[in-house]
Design a protein around this ligand. Structure first.
Ligand code: ATP
Length: 133
């Protein structure tokens, strides 16, 4: 099967580089699935897992938003943060989840609610992605 090169980069540096058969993730506009030959495009990403299928195996990466760019034969994901499933510190994500939940319980009407909701979504995404290590 034809493959496409994928690079996942963050402000801290590269996280993943491989040739894959399919990249799938959740963009702001909905689910995306990209294979070799896809038309060039740029899509803003949601807080979600990126799934990278190759050689009968799927790698999972938790990303916290950013952009996905498709060019001929290469997909670049510029992520605000990105962790491979095996690099996720589950305890840290669980602590972040509990902290955000407590904050939301205590301060329901604060203007910082959106921040806590995003922190909660990042933590849940990391916890779910870590299941695929
Ligand atoms: P925390 O409150 O635990 O810092 P956060 O969602 O606020 O979580 P971010 O600001 O998204 O964290 O990320 C800061 C840096 O820490 C990034 O480099 C990110 O990859 C890393 N990071 C955050 N949480 C985890 C985790 N559970 N495991 C591994 N790396 C993490």
């Amino acid at each position: 099967m034809k493959t496409i090169k994928v690079s996942v980069v963050t402000p801290d540096g590269p996280v993943y580089d491989a040739d894959v058969e399919m990249v799938s993730t959740k963009a702001k506009s909905g689910e995306l699935g990209i294979m070799a030959g896809h038309v060039p495009m740029v899509a803003p990403l949601d807080i979600a897992a990126v799934r990278l299928k190759h050689s009968g195996h799927t790698d999972y990466i938790a990303v916290s938003g950013g952009f996905l760019e498709v060019r001929p034969d290469v997909v670049t994901i510029l992520a605000l943060s990105a962790e491979k499933a095996e690099s996720i510190d589950l305890g840290r994500a669980q602590t972040a989840k509990a902290r955000a939940e407590k904050w939301l319980e205590d301060q329901q009407n604060s203007t910082d609610t959106k921040r806590a909701q995003l922190a909660l979504r990042r933590a849940i995404n990391r916890i779910n992605t870590a299941e695929h290590k």
